[in-house]
Design a protein around this ligand. Structure first.
Ligand code: FES
Length: 103
C-alpha cells in the first residue's frame, strides 16, 4: 500500500471533489455526504477527464457525453460508457485525506 496525502481532512466539502495527480494517474477524490471516495479520473467511454463534470449524490457525470459512474463501486451506470472505472481506498490520517494509490 502507498498512502498519498491529497488534501487536508476538511478541504473537500460534502458534494464536492478534487482532482489529484499521483504521478501515475489522475484521480478524483469525492466527498459524498461526509464519505470520502476515490476513482480513476479517466472515463471508460473515450478516456476523458471527468474533473469538469458534476456530482449527483454518489454518482459523477462525465462532461463529454454524459455517462454516469458510481463513486462507490466505479460501475458505469449509463451509456455511452459500459466499463467500470477503478476505485481506490481513502482514509483520514494525521489530519489529511490519504488515498491508497497504485505504486
Ligand atoms: S468520454 Fe465520457 S461519456 Fe464519452
Amino acid at each position: 500500500m502507498t498512502w498519498l496525502a491529497v488534501a487536508g481532512a476538511n478541504q473537500i466539502a460534502p458534494g464536492d471533489f478534487i482532482q489529484v495527480d499521483t504521478g501515475n494517474a489522475f484521480l478524483l477524490v469525492c466527498n459524498v455526504n461526509g464519505e470520502l471516495l476515490a476513482i480513476e479520473d479517466q472515463c471508460t467511454h473515450d478516456g476523458s477527464s471527468m474533473a469538469g463534470g458534476c456530482m449527483e449524490g454518489d454518482q459523477i457525470i462525465c462532461p463529454r457525453h454524459g455517462a454516469r459512474f458510481c463513486l462507490r463501486s466505479g460501475a458505469a451506470l449509463s451509456p455511452p460508457a459500459y466499463d467500470a472505472v477503478q476505485t481506490f481506498p481513502v482514509r483520514i490520517h494525521a489530519d489529511n485525506i490519504e488515498v491508497d494509490v497504485p505504486a
